[in-house]
Design a protein around this ligand. Structure first.
Ligand SMILES: Cc1cc2nc3c(=O)[nH]c(=O)nc-3n(C[C@H](O)[C@H](O)[C@H](O)COP(=O)(O)OP(=O)(O)OC[C@H]3O[C@@H](n4cnc5c(N)ncnc54)[C@H](O)[C@@H]3O)c2cc1C
Length: 404
């Protein structure tokens, strides 16, 4: 394994950094203030649409789409994408500028991989163009959703339609005005074998019977203008053609989306953590307490050194997982993907927490991005599978390998 980025990645990383320096960091603080009144809360601001056009004109668009779907994206490998995703992760809202934000990325991959040509025409195309947004609706308030076999929403066949009934929450992206399509997970056959009960189906958000109940906060933040919705499905009717891949194949579809989605969160979190460390290094040079800059305190130097070591470890593990995904596929790479999903969010929480400490009160305030970054890192310990579930699966897999 080579530790240097190749020529293509180096060029794109430079271009992306220049774009962030010129267009994104200067508006970062102001961006957070654009959603303060109810009228604007869930509306994508004009500045986002302008930045998307600029990014697209520069070729910084759909960088996440793996090379196997080259006609749709930049044709990068996971290993080539990792450093770019990290750069985007340095500012929480910036992935959308490059059409690389979750959950659209996972939904686009699902549609590229499993969608029929009609589904691709109707939903993948506008998503790739950045004209609409989407959400993935699996989690339910009434069941332990970390075990997806528990999901209870019913998807019942009725002639040429499916009828959907259920309640979901924490559905990221569904509050946004541009969110037009939901990929919903639910049971088509409660009597089938455990892993063949669930299916995934496309539900246009404006279908009668779909009600957005309320935005859910995460760590007391609403994440405007994207949001996390609670949604009721009350006798929602969609044509049978909306099922993805076929009845009972929900887990197969879920596997297709989760590997890349998980590692993308880790790449972004490495960006958050690196930014927090960069900011901390600057701050401790400027801030003077007890007669000398904080940078001259031994304990501060130790903390900075530890933050660097933690980030480097997680970055190398991410690159190793990405490399294995590229060379052997997501299934073979599942242990490394689980490992990085266990390591990166906790690492980011620790590093950002240390940076907040060095910043004093300002670290917790609206004048620094650290508190929002911490909230994001903390929620990724739950989203896309809680730490314990990945540990359970990784532990089981490692023990089974030794027993063979
Ligand atoms: C900000 C945010 C965004 C999200 N976005 C989405 C989204 O877009 N779409 C979507 O469908 N869902 C989304 N989720 C939901 C997320 O995927 C679920 O919260 C997660 O799968 C856990 O399910 P649960 O909340 O029902 O917790 P539960 O399933 O009730 O689990 C609770 C806890 O039980 C413990 N636990 C579970 N299994 C074990 C075990 N084997 N050993 C020990 N302890 C265990 C873990 O600590 C776990 O956190 C989001 C969540 C957050 C916070």
């Amino acid at each position: 394994m080579h530790f240097e980025y190749n020529e293509k990645t180096t060029r794109l990383a430079e271009q992306l950094t220049a774009f962030m320096d010129k267009h994104v960091y200067p508006i970062e603080q102001e961006y957070g203030t654009l959603f303060s009144d109810a009228h604007n809360q869930w509306r994508t601001p004009k500045v986002m649409e302008e930045l998307k056009q600029k990014a697209r004109a520069e070729g910084l668009w759909n960088l996440f789409m793996p090379e196997e779907y080259k006609p749709y994206g930049a044709g990068l490998t996971n290993l080539e994408y990792a450093p770019l995703c990290e750069i985007m992760g340095r500012v929480l809202f910036s992935s959308e500028i490059f059409n690389c934000s979750a959950p659209d990325t996972g939904n686009m991959e699902v549609l590229a991989k499993y969608g029929s040509s009609e589904q691709q025409e109707a939903w993948l195309k506008p998503l790739l163009e950045g004209q609409i947004r989407s959400a993935f609706a699996m989690t339910e308030p009434d069941v332990a959703s970390c075990d997806a076999t528990n999901i209870e929403t019913s998807i019942r066949r009725d002639g040429d339609n499916y009828v959907i009934n259920g309640r979901k929450w924490y559905i990221s992206g569904a509050m946004n005005e541009n969110c037009k399509i939901l990929i919903v997970m639910g049971k088509t056959d409660p009597d089938a074998a455990r892993h063949q009960q669930q299916s995934q189906i496309l539900v246009p958000i404006e279908t009668p019977g779909v009600t957005i109940v309320r935005p859910m906060s995460a760590m007391n933040m609403l994440d405007e203008p994207v949001g996390h919705a609670e949604i009721i499905f009350d006798n929602v009717k969609v044509p049978v053609e909306n099922i993805i891949l076929g009845e009972g194949r929900g887990f197969e579809v879920a596997q297709g989306r989760l590997g890349p989605g998980r590692i993308h969160h880790c790449m972004r979190l490495i960006g958050c953590a690196q930014r927090a460390l960069d900011m901390a290094c600057e701050r401790v040079n400027q801030r003077v307490a007890f007669g000398k800059p904080l940078a001259k305190q031994q304990s501060v130097r130790e903390s900075i050194a530890q933050m660097h070591c933690d980030i480097e470890q997680a970055r190398l593990l991410t690159m190793k997982a990405a490399d294995q995904m590229d060379r052997h596929g997501n299934k073979v790479a599942k242990d490394l993907i689980a490992a990085i999903k266990i390591v990166a969010p906790k690492m980011a929480c620790r590093v950002i927490d240390e940076a907040i400490q060095m910043f004093g009160a300002m670290g917790t305030s609206q004048d620094a991005p650290l508190a929002a970054m911490y909230a994001y890192a903390r929620t990724v310990r739950l989203a896309d599978g809680p730490d314990q579930v990945h540990m359970m699966q990784l532990g089981r897999s490692l023990i089974e390998k030794k027993a063979r």
